[in-house]
Design a protein around this ligand. Structure first.
Ligand SMILES: [Zn+2]
Length: 412
């Protein structure tokens, strides 16, 4: 599966010749059925892209990439692969191939100066790194859950050294033995809780899900630091030694999906109410673009079917909702961007901005289907310092540099 660093690499890539090819492959037909139709469809889609390239007088390197993509898709059909993403630009010696969760909208090709990242962002946008912890009175296991893949971190917890019989005194044991067992369990829960605290602090994962027996939860909970408790998304009943991997994964994914839906709903609500009171929320493309350039955005919300045009400066990368021919920041020429939501993604990915695609929300629709929750607001009461006030000769900050690498979706 794809890592954050790999996604960053894709977000940064740019081909001035506009032959960066993106191929999303989603196998939809039932096993061994209709392979032929899928192959035909893939070939047709590839031919369309090639025709478009030819009409623009550029096809040499892209043709080789397209052929290779079609060949690869035939191999995937043969070995039952469900979903893949290929990002290629042979003119610049670039080819990356990743397994993706089988939740892509369809098989699609894109060609542009940049790779097309919306399907990736939809899958990854609000996907924190997740730890799944199984615990009982004397064992603990830790898994990473990422994009439908569950990987156990072996040896993350040190097994508690069980004391032998020799340290009890047969005959005098009675209540001591019970107390000792309870004591050992408490110590063990504390060790696990401390490990979780350290793991969250080191960023090994951002959120976690717990599998344990109900009877152990109350004891374990008392050992959790509030910081760790806050990051717990939910728990499910599990027997550490016997629960199957599939069971862990499906239960954890359900908990995560419920959380994600709640989180998106909360973010929309929060953004709208903050925007109304001119505090930590903005709505509408113009204000969202400005907040992004000011580095204020914590969570970005985009309507699932949102499409809007903008222009992008060929010099500094400034994105503007007004279709103007010269950049208001540096005065150089702008070019049109057909899908501003796609043009935003490299910056969103670079800066780890939480991203949700909002589905059918009438309230959100009313405010223009784009909004952002801010970490801070440069100045209160909506009196935000305009990007226009930055002198043209002032070196642009890191954020503008990042934007600058994105050269628009409508460059053809
Ligand atoms: Zn500019």
């Amino acid at each position: 599966m794809i890592t954050r660093e790999q996604i960053r690499e894709l977000a940064e890539f740019e081909d001035p010749g506009a032959s960066a090819l993106t191929f999303y492959f989603q196998h939809t037909a039932p096993r061994n059925k209709a392979h032929k139709e899928e192959t035909i469809l893939t070939k047709e889609l590839a031919r369309d892209v090639l025709r478009r390239l030819e009409s623009n007088g550029k096809n040499e390197s892209a043709r080789a990439d397209l052929d290779r993509m079609v060949r690869r898709s035939q191999e995937w059909l043969g070995n039952g692969a469900r979903a893949k993403g290929v990002f290629a630009c042979s003119a610049r010696g670039f080819w990356r191939e990743y397994d993706l969760p089988a939740r892509l909208p369809s098989t699609q090709f894109f060609v542009d100066r940049h790779f097309h990242l919306k399907p990736l962002a939809q899958i990854l946008g609000a996907f924190p790194s997740l730890g799944v912890v199984l615990v009982d009175r004397h064992r603990a296991r830790l898994f990473d859950l990422r994009l439908g893949e569950l990987i156990e971190r072996e040896g993350f917890f040190h097994p508690l050294i069980r004391r032998g019989r020799s340290d009890g005194f047969a005959g005098y044991d009675g209540g001591h033995a019970e107390r000792r067992v309870a004591d050992e369990a408490r110590q063990h829960f504390k060790v696990v809780a401390d490990f979780l605290m350290a793991a969250l602090e080191k960023g090994i994962f951002e959120k976690w899900i717990l599998g344990c027996q109900e009877t152990h939860w109350s004891q374990f909970e008392t050992q959790l630091h509030p910081y760790v408790r806050e990051r717990l998304l939910g728990r499910f009943p599990a027997e550490v030694a016997h629960v199957s991997r599939d069971d862990i994964r499906s239960r954890a994914e359900r908990i995560f999906e419920d959380w994600q839906q709640r989180r998106c709903g909360e973010a929309v609500h929060e953004t709208l109410s903050h925007a109304r009171s001119h505090t930590r929320g903005v709505t509408g493309l113009r204000r969202v673009l400005r907040a992004l350039e000011m580095g204020e955005v914590q969570t970005l919300l985009i309507g699932e079917n949102y499409v809007a045009q903008a222009v992008e400066c060929s010099g500094c990368g400034h994105l503007d909702a007004h279709i103007v021919s010269t950049c208001p920041v540096c005065g150089r020429d702008t070019r049109e961007v057909v899908d501003v939501a796609e043009a935003l993604l490299p910056r969103v990915i670079h800066r780890d901005i939480e991203l949700f695609y909002v589905k059918d929300d009438p309230e959100f629709d009313k405010v223009g289907n784009i909004g952002a929750l801010l970490r801070f607001r440069s100045e209160q009461n909506g009196n935000v310092r305009s990007i226009d006030s930055i002198p043209a000769n002032q070196p642009l900050g890191r954020q503008q540099g990042l934007v600058g690498r994105y050269r628009g979706a409508a460059s053809r």
